[in-house]
Design a protein around this ligand. Structure first.
Ligand code: GDP
Ligand code: MG
Length: 597
């Protein structure tokens, strides 16, 4: 297909504003999916995406569309809307010339609408503003058309109105894509260059790599080179997606499709990398790509210690399809053998955990998430701490630096006070505030990432009755007064409960954990002190009183069969007991203490 008849576009929106449903209507209207095989959110292929109704991996599809008698090829790239996957969104945008900015006509602009819009403007994409869900009785298209027009600088009348549910306005929208989005530019005679904007592991075919050709042509059987590593591969198959993969004879300038090289691990085919021919290839890669950097760490442990090898196999398999997931073995006194895992953010953690449990049948315990701290010792050593147990204890600390984020909150203006209070309690710094319309406001804060991943979401939701939306992006680091709080049972630290917190929050954390454990750990034959400590300084203390002797004596009297039953029960229970010093703690107590946030 000649470039002048190609249009590459994506749909960007806040979660739930209807991207996937709009993509469904486009698949139907262009005849790519027949009505009878249609299912909702056709492009959300992963189980967990379908279940949670969110898009995690970007998907792309080729749509034939005839406009004023000329056949065009539209490549639609569906992008994830969530902050954890911003890098994938930004690579997907790189493969497009235009973006449909989709906004729920009953909700208006939300935090991720703005985040995605700014990404798209950064890439110089042509923006088509569209209000969706105009079929809803609660829709206020006039109000939100004004909001949108105000943000992107167009006339309210230029904002299209559609219902992805009923299909109203979607034909007109496809026509607008043809007339408004510029065709791709590129040099068909130059050495080939293609951008990898997604790569997915498939059990049968190995890694399937999604590309957009920028210059030249990519053909099956040729040898290609990954420009970031210099690794070379033979192209076993090149094809297009419409909506299932179909092999083709090659992809030219502006075309979007997939290729298969037989590699078995998505890390060999990195999102953002440039592909060129092995012989007479291009000298310069396309705009640089970034290695995904894990921002949030948590320990994952099997509930049943004998599942440890299964957990390792499961992580190995997930990593084939998730270049951003990192893990290494760790052991914990309380929880046994497990893995320290690194994630892009909290949602990434949650999704990974859910997939491990569902797809691999594992029952897991995860420790409280933490960020990465940079610790400078007085002797000049520098440490990266991803696990509270790596916090230096003996040496003198000169400075600790923590990652910070720029946070955008959008909410009805009645909640301004509540939001400000929350942000201040999390060591936030107000950067700015703007009214989107009379009664809706955008607040911008700088906040430590460690505070955001702790319980910020929940706090924001409860204070705004769910009306606020949140987006955040990393923005460097800052020095902070942080300490490690240990929790001790009878003088023995329980590693899984150690946390790195701000000095001013240490007492609250220590007190909360000590109280919680006192309620969860059953009484023993002796008194058990529970303490919270910073180094050797005790900051909180609770005591589990001993069981009185005569209660035990009563238990061991009585008839023999009852006694045997009791013993058997105890033996069974033993397997699930973890011993910390002399204290036996049921694993459930650890799980409960860790899960209440
Ligand atoms: P995404 O997160 O942006 O991909 O949003 P989805 O396409 O998954 O849609 C979120 C929810 O909104 C789903 O329950 C859809 O059925 C619903 N929805 C999407 N478009 C419309 C629409 O035009 N009208 C109505 N009434 N509901 C819609
Ligand atoms: Mg979706």
């Amino acid at each position: 297909t000649p470039p002048e008849r190609i249009r590459n576009f994506c749909i960007i929106a806040h979660i739930d504003h209807g991207k996937s449903t709009l993509a469904d209507r486009m698949l139907q209207l262009t005849g790519v999916v027949e009505d009878r095989t249609m299912r909702a959110q056709y492009l959300d292929r992963m189980d967990i995406e379908r279940e949670r109704g969110i898009t995690i991996k970007a998907q792309n599809v080729r749509l034939p569309w005839s406009h004023e008698g000329t056949e065009h090829v539209l490549h639609l790239i569906d992008t994830p809307g969530h902050v954890d996957f911003t890098y994938e969104v930004s690579r997907a945008l790189e493969a497009c010339e235009g973006a449909i900015l989709l906004v729920d006509a009953a909700q208006g602009i939300e935090a991720q609408t703005l985040a995605n819009l700014y990404l798209a403007l950064d890439k110089d994409l042509h923006i088509i503003p569209v209000l969706n869900k105009i079929d809803l009785p609660a829709a206020e298209p006039d109000k939100y058309a004004a909001e949108l027009a105000n943000i992107i600088g167009c006339e309210p009348g230029d904002v299209l109105r559609v219902s992805a549910k009923t299909g109203e306005g979607v034909r007109e929208l496809l026509d607008q894509v043809v007339t408004q989005v510029p065709p791709p530019e590129g040099d068909s005679d130059a050495a080939s260059r293609a951008l990898i904007f997604d790569s997915v592991y498939d059990t049968y075919r190995g890694v399937v790599t999604y590309i957009r050709v920028v210059d030249g042509r990519i053909t099956p059987r040729e040898r290609i080179k990954m420009m970031s590593t210099g690794a070379t591969h033979e192209l076993l198959e090149v094809g297009i997606i419409s909506p299932e993969p179909k092999p083709c004879k090659g992809l030219g300038v502006g075309e979007v499709g997939y290729l298969i090289t037989g590699v078995k691990d998505v890390r060999q085919s990195k999102v953002g990398d440039t592909i060129t021919a092995q012989h007479h290839g291009a000298a310069e890669p396309l705009a640089g790509y970034r290695e995904p950097v894990p921002m949030v760490f948590s320990g994952l442990y099997p509930m049943d210690g004998s599942d440890y090898p299964d957990l390792r196999d499961a992580l190995d398999k997930l990593q084939l399809n998730d270049a951003a997931l990192s893990y290494e073995p760790e052991t914990s006194v309380a929880l046994g053998f497990g893995f320290r895992c690194g994630f892009l953010g909290l949602l990434h953690l949650e999704i990974t955990r859910a997939r491990l449990e569902r797809e691999f049948g594992l029952e897991l315990i995860s420790t409280a998430p933490n960020v990465v701290y940079e610790v400078f010792l007085e002797d000049g050593t520098e440490l990266l701490v991803t696990n509270p147990s790596d916090w230096p204890t003996g040496a003198k600390i000169a400075e600790v630096r923590e990652p910070v984020s720029k946070v955008t909150v959008i909410a009805p203006s009645e909640f301004i006070g509540a939001i400000m209070e929350l942000c201040q309690s999390k060591r936030g710094q107000l950067l700015g505030m703007d009214y989107l319309s009379e009664d809706r406001v955008e607040l911008r804060y700088q906040l430590p990432l460690g505070e955001i991943i702790f319980d910020f979401f929940d706090g924001l939701k409860s204070r705004t009755r769910g009306y606020a939306s949140l987006d955040y992006e990393e923005s460097g680091d800052q020095a902070a007064d942080l300490v490690k709080v240990d929790i001790l049972l009878q003088g023995e630290p329980v590693d899984a409960f150690s946390a790195i917190v701000h000095k001013d929050a240490a007492y609250t954390y220590g007190n909360k954990m000590a109280t919680r454990l006192r309620e969860l750990i059953p009484r023993q034959q002796f008194e058990v002190p529970i303490q919270a400590a910073i180094g050797s300084r005790i900051i909180a203390r609770e005591t589990i009183r001993a069981i009185r002797k005569d209660v035990l004596a009563k238990c061991y009297g009585g008839d023999i069969s009852r006694k045997r039953k009791l013993l058997e029960k105890q033996k069974e229970g033993k397997k699930r007991m973890k011993t910390v010093g002399r204290v036996e703690v049921p694993q459930e107590a650890f799980v409960a203490a860790l899960s209440t946030g």
